[in-house]
Design a protein around this ligand. Sequence first.
Ligand code: UTP
Ligand code: MG
Length: 483
Amino acid sequence: MRLPDPALVVLVGASGSGKSTWAAERYRPQEVVSSDALRGVVGSGDHDLDASADAFAILEQVVAARLGRGLCTVVDTLGLDAVRRTGWLAAARSAGLPAVAVVLATPDAECRRRNAARDVPVPAPVLAGQLKRMRVAAEELAAEGWDVVVVDGSGAAAEGPPVPHTAASTPERRTSAGVEVVLQVSRFPWGEDPARWLTGLALEADRLGLAGIALMDHLVQIPQVGRAWEPIPEPYVTLGLLAGLDTGLRLGTLVTPLTLRPAGVVAKAVATLDALSGGRAFVGVGAGWWEREHLGFGVPFPSARERLDLLEDGIETMRALWAPGTKAWEGSRVRLPETTCYPRPAADVPIVVGGSGERRTLRIAARLGDGCNLPSDPEVLAAKVAVLRAHCADLGRDPAEVAVTVLDLPVVGHDRDDAWRRVERLRGRTAAATYAARHHAGTAATHAERYEKLAGEGVETVFLALADLSGPEDLERLAPLLA
Ligand code: UTP
Ligand code: MG
């Protein structure tokens, strides 16, 4: 395919995807403006990350000068930063040059293989983050208004040695209806060997094709789930253990009350989790509700209004700390004198807002969330989704940017009889029929049908919590749900 010439050509691809090679085969060296080469000019070499800010400042200047003269300009950077990209696009527009985006769609495994073979490889989690961002790049480009978008997949041909299993090479884990099922673990009957129980559970969840593991974040076991003397581990320490396993599971909390730790400290823990897991972290956040766990640990428990303020400001703080650079943050509600938070997350970490208060919580989710976690009961869900959408409309937010997730607490039996035995064991003083209906007691197949309906309502993720999860072997009963 012949590209317009002269033109602005912006390369988009992970490290090792072959951007510089592609450009060198087609353009004169003077036409290619490369952030790596400029790092070498103003810094100690192509990989001198300390020189990035200077290199990019010069790159912007060179791109603007060349476009201003109507000269062909090939921008050789990762191309994954939408803000920079649309800036160059606007500059091409005002110079009257056509704007071309070239996506180097080289398979992840090939990028990894080439990266590993380099003298100075990019750290694996960083590359994983780039590859994750590449998956949405084509979609983003389509929305930005480029005159031509070229996808070059020729890098696929090369043969390489097998690559180790990481998040980015894991196929999409979704049910046939398209929902992902994340195991929410709230009880920890781990016996004498907690680490073994936890790692066994994660490995089995991974094997069965669950999309991730979410941990409850409480200081004392909550009465809805168990007794106060039953173990409820600190989630970020626990997720750190799971991050070290060779799985493709997403890892996070559902939900972290932003009353327990300052939001910036949560941002730090989550960024570390994301770096350690190669971009598999997510975080659920909420306003906190249980006074007892606060008072017992010497943590203030302010009014509902103040707790919701902590939630809203906390999300803004987390995003500010995860954004590129270390500059001061002057947000709508939050001010920080600097935003120095290293390690950075390996990729964008989704923030799921938990809680369904219609006036404030759902508005915060609509304004700032990547997801909003709601109850799975179909009627309640429909009403809450309507409110969430109305807030989005009011705030001018694209509702597609706020994924709907649900917490589901099913009773799952191997067969009908087993399901009812479980109801008998779990129901306490609640009438059996009431408990069975509330928890949709049935087999995995009946829950699969229900999840299909939820998918039809726009639900993307089901956080599935089993009241009677005893250990790794006990997950097998979910298998038909995931097939
Ligand atoms: P490049 O150096 O072209 O990748 O190729 P890149 O996308 O510009 O990477 P960054 O972002 O600057 O880090 C990476 C390696 O892959 C080989 C090149 O020779 C180089 O060693 N390569 C590239 C191939 O083997 N085949 C190709 O088709 C392209
Ligand atoms: Mg390059």
